[in-house]
Design a binder for this molecule. Sequence first.
Ligand code: SF4
Ligand code: F3S
Length: 78
Amino acid sequence: AYVIALPCVDVKDRSCVDECPVDCIYEGRRALYIHPDECVDCGACEPVCPVEAIRFEDDVPAEWGDHTASNADFFTAI
Ligand code: SF4
Ligand code: F3S
């Protein structure tokens, strides 16, 4: 799945939401999150984020922390 990572925090541009064909991007308190089971890996959201926060899960820079886990945790918490 694709993952919304660190640059989204407190930016929340939301351009990605309009691009997602399956509406799997959800709003959290400080960032948005991609549901890992609903994402169909189309990649449509990735180029529209102005701060390049969206990456394929294997391509999230390690120095940003484990956003794949935090995306998944967001959906187990709600
Ligand atoms: Fe939605 Fe496609 Fe982005 Fe997944 S990759 S969150 S399905 S727009
Ligand atoms: Fe965040 Fe970028 Fe979407 S800032 S809300 S991931 S367009």
